[in-house]
Design a protein around this ligand. Sequence first.
Ligand code: NDP
Ligand code: HSE
Length: 432
Amino acid sequence: MINIGIIGFGTVGTGTVRILYENRDVLRERLGFDINIKKIATRDVNKERGITVPEGLITADVNALVNDPDIHIVVELIGGIHPAKDFILSAISNGKHVVTANKALLATEGNEIFEAAYKAGVEVGFEASVAGGIPIIKIIREGLIANRIHALYGIINGTSNYILTKMTEEHVEFSDALKEAQQMGYAEADPGLDIEGIDSAHKLAILAFLSYGMPIPYKDIYVEGISGIATQDIEFASELGYKVKLLAIAKESNNEIELRVHPTMLPNDYLIAKVEGAFNAIYVEGDATGSTLYYGRGAGDMPTGSAVVSDIVSIARDIAKNATGRVPLLPMTERDIKIKKMDDVLSRYYFRFSALDRPGVLSKISGILGNYNISIASVIQKGRRIGEAVPLVVLTHQAKERDVRHAIKEIDLLQVVMDKTVFIHVEGREDV
Ligand code: NDP
Ligand code: HSE
């Protein structure tokens, strides 16, 4: 029997406990022994959680759990940096294996935690930290180990995808869609992490660390969230045959890697563009496999609980076979890989100019774009309101981010441009 202690009894904590109880038989059949929940630590021991656990299991004393000599695995499900990091480091220094769903912590402090675990000879499982129920960590660490990863594109924030889907399909207001996502238990305690792209960047940092054998590169990721996306941009995108998705992107070429998170227009017929609601999908292109795609629920109690339990079982099996550390956490040799500056990234773009409806305006704007080597692929102008501002929508061919930013700065100074220009990156087909 393997004893575990769980810290945090919220959305993911209750999902994890429910699975361990409800699927106890099937887990025993598969493992040959029991996973025993010895303690659950949480702040409010009296709160109703919608799940019944044996008397005396819940405690407010996290240290008693972390220092319990009978507990083999400590499962951290409270979130945030402190005290989560302190609990994890104490558990590690007590020789305990750790499982966590805490991507914010791993993205920012993971190098230190993994180093401490390596030195202590214990495992850290973090399957639940990226893409909920999709076992993407195992896929990259084990399933795709034979591949050089050329590119990875992920919809890895359920809350943002839920909001964008509701705005696109049901014309729900941004703030109402966010409230719904919060009620469903998808959002972070601070939903700013979801809608500003930070949660996706945390997850991308973890995926890049695993895919490219580099230290966790969180601080080098370009991040832009969905809070600036307006309904009219979603509608124009749709008219042009695109969906707007919050995409996390990693692309490697010539020992240089692009790491970016931003709203992205994707052609409607791409599989990843069809991922709706709180679902996640990750497209991974390996040199041997070619294109692969993983899809599933990216948030919520049970899918995330499934990932937590899968880590507990993996570690329990390793303990049982005296084989902990079998799949090493850190690469045997760290890669020296450069991260491309966002300014140097090539992309295609959607622009929405607020331009006066007056002859010659398009030529002024296209003149500036041309001066910066930005070539126009298509243009639409909606409505006729002579002398008033109307949206002028432009799709470009591939251009350099630095040139785009300079051009927009110049365009926004034109007297015929009445508001800040909106731009969205476009991925997919080259023939726009
Ligand atoms: P919740 O807010 O639902 O739950 C957090 C739990 O931690 C609560 O039970 C809370 O106690 C407890 N807690 C907080 N601080 C302490 C403390 N200092 N000592 C003891 N207990 C504490 O969060 P989630 O379950 O949603 O998220 C947990 C982690 O999982 C986070 O890292 C999150 O990013 C991650 N995650 C969440 C997903 C989701 O879909 N929700 C999906 C993937 C990862 P109490 O209730 O008693 O106040
Ligand atoms: N807040 C996160 C999301 C939870 O919406 O994807 C899952 O990591």
